[in-house]
Design a protein around this ligand. Structure first.
Ligand code: FMN
Length: 306
C-alpha cells in the first residue's frame, strides 16, 4: 500500500519524501531521541533556532503545563551563529535527510547576517526564519509589523540561494497581509505559525509562574485558531504553507492539509510521544489509500472546494 502513495513535497530546491518534520526547538536528534526511529523516515529535520549572537535564554522556570498544552518561555538560548558554524553544523551532515536550519535575530539585519555566515552550506537544505522573535528596536515580533517583515525577508532573500521559509507570528489581527508581504519579499514558503502569547499565575505565590512572566502557548489548545490562519492564507498566497500548531495525530495533519497546508510540523507532542512523527506519516498514507488518492498533494486545500 505505502509504495503506491506519493507523499512528497517540494519547496524550491527542498525535496521532502513526505510532509512531516519537527517544529523548531521541540526535537533533539542526538541525545534524548537518538535511535528511536530512523531520522531518514522524516520529510526533513529542523535545527532549533540559532540566534545571530550568543544568548543565555530566559530565567527559569521556562515551561509550564496548562489545559490543552504548555507555555514556554525558553527565550532561544543559543551559541550564536559563528559558534554554530564552527562547532555544531557538522553533526547534521551525517544525517541522511534534508536539514532545515531555523535562524533568529534581535534586529532586522541579523537574519541576513546569519545567512551570510551560513554561506549556502551544503549541510543545510533550507532555512526557516523565526520571525516571532522580538525586534529590540520596537519590542514587536518581526512578523507583526509589515514594513519590518518585508525588509527582513527581502534582505534575507538577497543573502542566500537556499529555500527560505518565513515562520510567522499568529498574534496579528489578520494573517493575510503578513502572508502576502512575506511572499512578495521572496519567501519560498510560510510556516503558520508560532506560539500564541500566554501566561499562568501561581495563586499561592500570587505571581506569574514563568521566570519571564509570559511565554508562548502551544499544543492542542492552539490548533483550531491556527487552522483558521492556514485556511485564510491558503486563499491568498501561491507559495506552500507548512502548518504548525497543535498537531498531535495524523488526523490533525490531514485536517491542516485539507485547509491548505502542503506540509506539517509537529511540536509539543514530541515531548509526550517522541514516536508521533512516524505515526503521523503512516496515518496520512493510510488515509490517502482509504480515500483513493495517489498523492498527498491531491488533498492540499480540498476543504475549499465549493
Ligand atoms: C520548548 C519549546 C521550544 C521552542 N523553540 C522554538 C525555537 O527555537 N524556534 C521557533 O521558531 N519556535 C520554537 N518553538 C515553537 C514551536 O516550533 C512551534 O511553533 C509551537 O510549539 C507550536 O507547535 P505545537 O503546538 O505543535 O507545539 C518552541 C516551542 C516549544 C514548546
Amino acid at each position: 500500500m505505502s509504495a503506491e502513495r506519493d507523499l512528497s513535497v517540494r519547496i524550491g530546491t527542498l525535496f521532502m519524501k513526505n510532509p512531516v518534520m519537527p517544529a523548531a526547538g521541540t526535537y533533539d536528534y542526538f541525545e534524548n531521541n537518538a535511535g528511536l526511529f530512523p531520522m531518514e523516515s522524516l520529510g526533513a529535520i529542523m535545527i532549533k533556532s540559532v540566534h545571530r549572537h550568543p544568548r543565555p535564554g530566559n530565567p527559569p522556570p521556562r515551561v509550564v503545563e496548562v489545559y490543552g498544552g504548555m507555555i514556554n518561555a525558553v527565550g532561544i538560548p543559543s551559541v550564536g551563529m559563528e559558534a554554530f558554524m564552527e562547532r555544531e553544523i557538522g553533526r547534521f551532515a551525517a544525517l541522511n535527510v534534508p536539514v532545515v536550519l531555523s535562524i533568529s535575530g534581535s534586529r532586522p539585519g541579523h537574519y541576513a547576517e546569519c545567512l551570510e555566515l551560513l554561506d549556502n552550506d551544503p549541510c543545510i537544505s533550507a532555512v526557516e526564519m523565526n520571525l516571532a522573535c522580538p525586534n529590540i528596536d520596537s519590542g514587536l515580533p518581526f512578523s507583526s509589523d509589515l514594513a519590518t517583515l518585508r525588509y527582513t525577508v527581502g534582505e534575507s532573500r538577497k543573502a542566500t540561494r537556499l529555500p527560505l521559509i518565513a515562520k510567522l507570528n499568529p498574534s496579528v489581527p489578520d494573517i493575510v497581509p503578513f502572508a502576502r508581504a512575506a511572499e512578495e519579499a521572496g519567501a519560498d514558503a510560510l510556516t503558520l505559525s508560532n506560539t500564541f502569547r500566554a501566561m499562568k499565575i501561581d495563586i499561592d505565590r500570587q505571581k506569574p509562574v514563568l521566570g519571564s512572566s509570559f511565554g508562548g502557548l502551544s499544543g492542542p489548545a492552539v490548533k483550531a485558531a491556527n487552522l483558521f490562519l492556514v485556511w485564510s492564507a491558503f486563499q491568498q498566497v501561491k507559495i506552500p504553507i507548512i502548518a504548525c500548531g497543535g498537531i498531535c495525530s495524523w488526523q490533525d495533519a490531514v485536517e491542516y492539509m485539507l485547509a491548505g497546508a502542503s506540509a506539517v510540523q509537529v511540536g509539543s507532542r514530541n515531548f509526550s510521544n517522541p514516536n508521533v512523527m512516524p505515526e503521523i506519516i503512516a496515518g496520512i498514507e493510510s488515509y490517502l489509500a482509504e480515500k483513493g488518492y495517489a498523492a498527498a498533494r491531491e488533498i492540499v486545500g480540498l476543504a475549499h472546494r465549493q
